[in-house]
Every structure is written in structure tokens, then in C-alpha cells.
Design a protein around this ligand. Structure first.
Ligand code: NAD
Length: 369
């Protein structure tokens, strides 16, 4: 089907499992145009369809990914998404600076290439972005990659390409970074992508339910386990600080009064290798109703972690493209609130959805002018 608006040329940083799920899904929908895309927003968002998204550049550090074609790199270890076979891609994965990207628990499975100094890499990357016509960078860097995330935010600013930050280093939600994007008139959407039916959204909606129904929520936890490198990397507690803030604030923001810190625990809990990309979430809530009589919710969510966020990224990429078309810079507040766990401005999900609908119609853009 021919799009009204043309292609959206994207680059990816971190050709890991999340990207493998997104990329294989994009191909699935290109091959099956009669299928409605199962995602959050419209099949057609201001003239852009899922099928309009093209990955024209890719960056990683894995020695078995850099220099390989993008289809090949998508299946390379330790990736484990293998839903469908991809056709040969012309895109060759380029080297990204390692910085703090590879944590100690994944060192045995990700062997980074370190061929070039950072200053040269930055120039090479900007040149490649220009040559390939990349207009949006999607970051799937590992949790805890503060320096690598900042390198890529800076590179996007210098290259003038939009930044969709799917991981929990705060860029769109950090006032200093947001200002830089606004001043350069470069759109940024972030931070930390939500899942479609993920632990955060289920926890947020149930939290909001307790508040809307006038009940008290006194204590809650959310424990997550999975078997991929994301969970393996998160065994390193020191890398988790921003992930924990992102997930906890996403739930706290739905409370009328914050739950005391000692009564809320949200975070990944363990790596169970045989689970592979299956993520299990154990969610517990307890509180009080009429006459202080207690209630409890004890829930287990069982999802494919990589199918969960891909449809949301499709919407984030399309919102970034709309912002580029309209000359907006800075954080795209509505898209970040609806699609990300730690946006610059937290809203309830229905409010965020309405704000994003307004943005798509060209009616609202508060932060980025
Ligand atoms: N549902 C979800 O899966 C979900 C939801 C929200 C956020 N996220 C976040 O998305 C990110 C990606 O998750 P994943 O499961 O794809 O992880 P992954 O471990 O499978 O992939 C990470 C990739 O980044 C590469 N990498 C490491 N350092 C790099 C660097 N400096 N430059 C470029 N590439 C580098 C690795 O080689 C690997 O290919 C994580 O931060 C995760 O927390 C995922």
C-alpha cells in the first residue's frame, strides 16, 4: 500500500532482542499487508503507516554483529528472537563506542569491538547518518549505559536527527538535556518504553483503579524475572538506579498521595535463563476499603518481553517523524507521556492518549516549539 507521507528512515543503536522483535515484526507486516497491525494507536498516524518505517542504519558493539548485514546481526547471539526469516539487508551494522554499554554479567556473551577512538567514531557515525538519510535514532542500549546514552543524545543533537530513547537513562525527562534538544529544534521522545501489556502499564492501571474507586493502597510490589540479556545485565544492581526510578515513579504518579518508600518495591528480581524472552511479573497490592476492611490483589503476568514494546516503538517513531515534519524540537510531551515510563510530564494513561491524539491532529505541543 502506498503511503501518503513517504518513508520514515530510522537508525538503531543496540541490535539486541528488542530490536530483533521490532524488525521481524515490521517485516511480518510488510509481507502481510492485509493484516491489521496490533499496536497502540492508529493504523494510519497523520499519514504514516507501520509499513513506512525503514531501518537504514544500525550501530552496535558486538564483534559478531558489527560489520554484518542487519538481518544476520538480528539473529546473532546472544539474541534469541527467531519468529520469522528476514530477507538479506543492505544495511551493515556500524561500530558504536562501548563506553559503559557492556556490564559485568554479560561480558561473557557480548565481546565488544574497540577498533576506533571515540572522537573518530563520532565523526564516522555522523557521516554515516548523513549518507544513509537517517532521520530518527532509536536507542535500545542496555540498562545502566549512562555514558553511551549521553554519547548518542549528543550525536543526535550534532547530526540534527530525532531521538527515541527506549531505555532508562533520563534524556527527554532531564531538563538540561531537554533544553539542548529544544534549542537545536531536534525532537526527543523518552524515556524507557512502556510495554503494550507490560508490568508497568498493568501496575499503573490497577493503581489508578484503586484511586478512582476511592480505596486505599497501602503496600505494593512488582517482581520481574526473565531469561534474556536484559535481565542478565540487570543482575548488576549498580546499573539499575534509573530503571528502578523509572518503574517506581510510573506507578507512584498514579497515586493521589505517594505510597511511603518502605511500602513500595518495584524492580527486576532475577535472571532465569530457561525463560529466554518470556517475562514473568509477580504483582502484589494490598489496601483497605470501607471500614478499613482489607483487600488484596495477587497477579501473575506472563508475556513475551520482545513482542511487548515493539508496537509502542512504532508509535514513538511515527510521533517523532510528525514532530520533524512540523519543525518541533525538544521533548514531545504527549507522546512521551503515553508511550514511555519516565516522561518529562506524567499523566494518567487516558489523559496522555488524548494529548497524543491532539498532537497528531496538530493541535498541541507544549514543550517543543
Ligand atoms: N519490553 C522490553 O523489552 C523493554 C521495555 C522497556 C525498556 N527496555 C529496554 O530496552 C533496552 C534494550 O533491551 P534488549 O532486551 O534489546 O537488550 P539486549 O541486551 O538484547 O540488547 C542490547 C544491545 O545493545 C548492544 N550494546 C551494548 N553496548 C552498546 C553500545 N555502547 N553501543 C551500541 N550498542 C551497544 C549489545 O551488544 C546488544 O546488542 C534495555 O535497556 C531494556 O531495559 C526493554
Amino acid at each position: 500500500m502506498v503511503s501518503r507521507m513517504g518513508k520514515i528512515k530510522c537508525g538503531v543503536v543496540g541490535v539486541g532482542n528488542c530490536f530483533a522483535g521490532l524488525y521481524q515484526g515490521l517485516h511480518y507486516y510488510k509481507e502481510n499487508p492485509e493484516k491489521g497491525v496490533i499496536g497502540l494507536m492508529h493504523q494510519d498516524m497523520a499519514g504514516y503507516r507501520t509499513q513506512d518505517i525503514e531501518f537504514v542504519s544500525a550501530f552496535d558493539v558486538g564483534s559478531n554483529k558489527v560489520g554484518k548485514s542487519l538481518d544476520e546481526a538480528t539473529y546473532a547471539e546472544p539474541n534469541m528472537v527467531d519468529w520469522i526469516r528476514l530477507p538479506k539487508s543492505d544495511v551493515i551494522v556500524q561500530e558504536s563506542p562501548v563506553l559503559d554499554g557492556v556490564g559485568k554479567y554479560v561480558e561473557d556473551v557480548i565481546k565488544p569491538v574497540t577498533n576506533k577512538p571515540i572522537s573518530q567514531l563520532r565523526e564516522d557515525i555522523k557521516k554515516h547518518i548523513k549518507e544513509t538519510g537517517t532521520e530518527i535514532i532509536v536507542s535500545y542500549l542496555p540498562v545502566g549505559s549512562q555514558k553511551a546514552a549521553e554519547f548518542w543524545a549528543e550525536t543526535c543533537l550534532e547530526a540534527g536527527v530525532a531521538f527515541v530513547n527506549c531505555m532508562p537513562v533520563f534524556i527527554a525527562s532531564d531538563p538540561d538535556w531537554e533544553k539542548k534538544f529544544r534549542e537545536k529544534k531536534v525532537p526527543v521522545i523518552g524515556d524507557d518504553i512502556k510495554g503494550q501489556i507490560g508490568a508497568t502499564i498493568v501496575h499503573r492501571v490497577l493503581t489508578r483503579l484503586t484511586q478512582d474507586r476511592g480505596a486505599e493502597l497501602d503496600k505494593t510490589y512488582q517482581l520481574n524475572v526473565g531469561g534474556n540479556t536484559d535481565f542478565q545485565n540487570m543482575l548488576e544492581r549498580s546499573r539499575l538506579e534509573s530503571k528502578k526510578v523509572s518503574k517506581t515513579e510510573s506507578v507512584q504518579s498514579q497515586m493521589k498521595n505517594r505510597i511511603p518508600e518502605e511500602n513500595i518495591h518495584i524492580g527486576p528480581s532475577d535472571h532465569v535463563p530457561f525463560l529466554q524472552n518470556t517475562k514473568l511479573c509477580f504483582l502484589y497490592m494490598e489496601g483497605r476499603q470501607w471500614a478499613d476492611i482489607p483487600y488484596k490483589i495477587d497477579l501473575k503476568l506472563d508475556v513475551d518481553d520482545k513482542a511487548n514494546s515493539a508496537g509502542i516503538v512504532v508509535d514513538a517513531v511515527r510521533a517523532a517523524k510528525i514532530a520533524l515534519d512540523r519543525g518541533y524540537g525538544g521533548a514531545i510531551e504527549s507522546a512521551s507521556a503515553y508511550l514511555m515510563k519516565h516522561p518529562p510530564v506524567q499523566m494518567s494513561d487516558p489523559e496522555a492518549k488524548a494529548a497524543l491524539e491532539y498532537f497528531i491532529m496538530g493541535k498541541e505541543q507544549k514543550l517543543g516549539k
